[in-house]
Design a protein around this ligand. Sequence first.
Ligand SMILES: Cc1cc2nc3c(=O)[nH]c(=O)nc-3n(C[C@H](O)[C@H](O)[C@H](O)COP(=O)(O)OP(=O)(O)OC[C@H]3O[C@@H](n4cnc5c(N)ncnc54)[C@H](O)[C@@H]3O)c2cc1C
Length: 377
Amino acid sequence: MADVIVIGGGLTGCATAYYLAADGVPVTLLEQGDLNTQASGSNAGSLHLQIPSEPFRLLGDHWARAFSPALRLFTGSLEMWRGLSAELGTDLEVKLRGGLLVAATDEELALLERKAAIERSGGADVQVIGRDELRALAPYLSERMIGAAFCPVEGKANPLVAAPAYAAAAARLGAEVRRGVRVTGLRRERGAYVVATDTGELRARRVVNAAGAAAGEVAGWLGVRLEMRAASIQVSVTEAIEPLVPHLVYSAGRKLTLKQNGLGQLLIGGGWPARIDARGRPVADPDTLAQNLGVALEVVPRIGPVQVLRTWAAYVNGTDDWRPLIGEVPGLPGFFLCYVPWLGFTGGPAAARIVASQLQGRAPALDVDAGAFAVAA
Ligand SMILES: Cc1cc2nc3c(=O)[nH]c(=O)nc-3n(C[C@H](O)[C@H](O)[C@H](O)COP(=O)(O)OP(=O)(O)OC[C@H]3O[C@@H](n4cnc5c(N)ncnc54)[C@H](O)[C@@H]3O)c2cc1C
């Protein structure tokens, strides 16, 4: 019987396997396809801390206050990202040069002020700056931007390398990483879990559900209903240009994230919806792409002549209230969730560290009240 089986070879699953293996816990990771082929390898690589402005606009201050304990998770995760390349022995291209959530109107600036007050009360370093300070900090931005919320610890990393680096480090420490094994069912039997797969049944004392957009289905096999959903969204990459945008840039009023990677390419996204093809696969939508590029151009006009090379789409794991679902599921001893909706690239390392600690009955080695994220029964 395995001690721990982790379902899912995205960032959260690979990181959980790594932290367990590093603590000497025998662990097997099962991935239905290849590692890092879903959200974790398809995302925009933004490392966020600020509360996203879109749900803030839609759901309001009350929601933001309820969400704000999660800021400790993201703060802890950003701190982990800082040292991750050295720890895993791979350059993850982590750059934490600050994030600018820009405002084009007085109304947007007022929204940022209200949001920043909640963020600061949740321990996040977010300051709202005016036009002159913004111009000095980010001269590449449009003069139409009248201010921004600046968070100095935000940034970016390379999503193509992070999860594989975790998996390789886990394997070096003795974790068994199995690709091409699809979990098809899960049941509890005599105090253990029977994990049915397309290559036969396995038994484990503990199971971590790190299945991303499929986590709801996996939990459902044990009768747990979770309000999770998957949304298809897209990101674009441009040709390489001279260094222009050192920050993570996003917009208070419209969907946008924009940053420049280590090769000089711009990554442009922000959660614009993609289409779903006849076989249920996400595919890029040219209409929303045009809107996304329009917003990017309004914020950084100098990118006008830059060519977009490719747009891709993937399912992102979400929930309506955006709160992470991390921890042992009540009533199912040994069954853990490791699920960070919408922002799982940022929060994956901390979520995985918390779950790996909880699995060993230890408080997480992070200044995070893990109880704040425990799943409800
Ligand atoms: C286009 C896009 C842009 C994004 N941008 C950002 C961003 O800039 N910053 C940020 O913080 N977040 C971003 N996200 C969100 C982030 O990528 C995800 O929240 C995060 O990667 C989720 O990681 P995960 O490991 O939980 O899930 P995934 O990476 O989806 O991994 C889950 C794995 O489980 C496997 N699996 C599922 N079911 C089974 C099964 N039955 N048996 C075996 N294996 C199974 C899947 O094959 C998959 O490999 C973005 C997402 C997308 C799609």
